[in-house]
Design a protein around this ligand. Structure first.
Ligand code: AMP
Ligand code: MG
Length: 339
């Protein structure tokens, strides 16, 4: 059984009728997690070429977008783009542009300049104690999405001050899943899925089927994947505190930061978002985690073609709500704006 992070997606076995194409599967570590690819190919040679191209693309994105790797493009830009515009790669610029759009639409609830605050909480989880108020105040002083400036004309990035740290951990894996699917499509492999832990992107359906069947375990119904979706040319992301959190004095602080307070969000929830592109599903799932169930669901309802399932509360006590489009999810036509 392959479980994905947080709300635990399961890719159900596909009973495709016998065709010329066969199912191949590979897993590699990338972006601090395991990335799984399933694809249908004419034979081993085509499958291996596909795996190489897709995993290489993800490795390239990791070298651009990682905040863990000191020499990543993102970290270099944090050092060099202080008070002066620096040209960014197309990938980094696109991820930052999508992030700033979400920041503007959510009044800064989604904020990729929270790096200094996020790093404090990462250390706090290792040390098993809360970050100090003074350290949080200082980190928050160097954050704020209005201090990040993008100029599409020269594809440049500029930061207002030294000490800022970008962190695209809430959106990069979905972008990478899209990019890996595109790399496969360029080799003629259209029927594939890419799963970067909780961020999944689906291409064309498995041969002879209506879509990739995935089950969701949404915390309230343990022991069975009772909700099943059939998707293609779409993406699914989960976000929540099931995997990464800090428990102190009976309170669970998640790795999702509320920019208004600089604190890890409390009040357990897991959200699953379905969108056409991974970059959208991933970003929006994190947005809902920051906004909470009510404001998050209201935001989702405003997004064309997007659906969400939110489980608020822990385990069997979780209350599950779905957006109005959830019940109507079906296999859409291929998008024309893939990477
Ligand atoms: P996800 O699992 O996609 O929801 O992403 C979680 C990651 O998003 C965290 O580990 C942080 O790197 C990042 N993050 C945390 N809080 C925020 C926030 N308010 N806005 C944007 N990114 C965030
Ligand atoms: Mg996300």
């Amino acid at each position: 059984m392959c479980r994905f992070l947080t709300a635990a997606w399961l890719v159900l076995s596909v009973n495709a009728p016998a065709t010329e194409r066969q199912l191949f599967e590979a897993v590699e570590p990338h972006m601090g997690t395991l990335v799984r690819i399933k694809l249908y190919a004419a034979g081993e040679e085509q499958a291996n070429a596909g795996f190489r191209a897709a995993f290489n693309r993800i490795a390239q994105l990791d070298s651009e977008l990682s905040d863990y790797k000191a020499d990543s493009e993102l970290n270099r830009i944090c050092r060099t783009a202080v008070a002066r515009p620096v040209e960014a790669s197309a990938d980094l610029f696109e991820v930052l542009a999508a992030s700033q759009k979400l920041a503007a639409e959510t009044g800064g609830a989604f904020d990729v300049t929270l790096g200094p605050v996020i790093r404090l909480w990462r250390q706090a989880r290792k040390d098993n104690r809360l970050p100090s108020a003074a350290a949080l105040r200082e980190a928050a002083r160097h954050s704020g999405y209005r201090k990040l400036h993008l100029n599409p004309a020269g594809r440049t990035v500029m930061l207002d001050e030294a000490g800022m740290q970008l962190d695209v951990g809430g959106i990069a894996k979905g972008y990478a899943a899209d990019a890996a699917l595109s790399a496969l499509a360029q080799l003629g492999i259209g029927s594939a899925l890419v799963a970067a832990s909780g961020d999944l992107a689906f291409g064309d359906p498995p041969p002879g089927t209506g879509g990739w069947k995935i089950g969701v375990d949404s915390l309230d119904r343990p022991g069975g994947f009772t909700r099943v979706l059939e998707l293609c040319n779409a993406a699914v992301s989960t976000s929540g505190d099931t995997e990464q959190h800090l428990d102190i004095a009976g309170i669970r602080y998640s790795h999702i930061i509320d920019p208004a307070t600089g604190m890890g969000r409390t009040g357990s929830m897991a959200v699953t978002v379905v969108a056409r592109r991974g970059v959208d599903a991933d970003g929006l799932a994190t947005v809902v985690s920051v906004l909470g169930p009510e404001r998050g669901m209201a935001f989702i309802e405003k997004q064309p073609g997007v659906a969400a399932l939110i489980a608020a509360g822990r385990d069997q006590m979780a209350q599950v709500v779905t957006s109005s489009r959830w019940a109507r999810l079906a296999c859409p036509a291929p998008p024309n704006d893939k990477h």
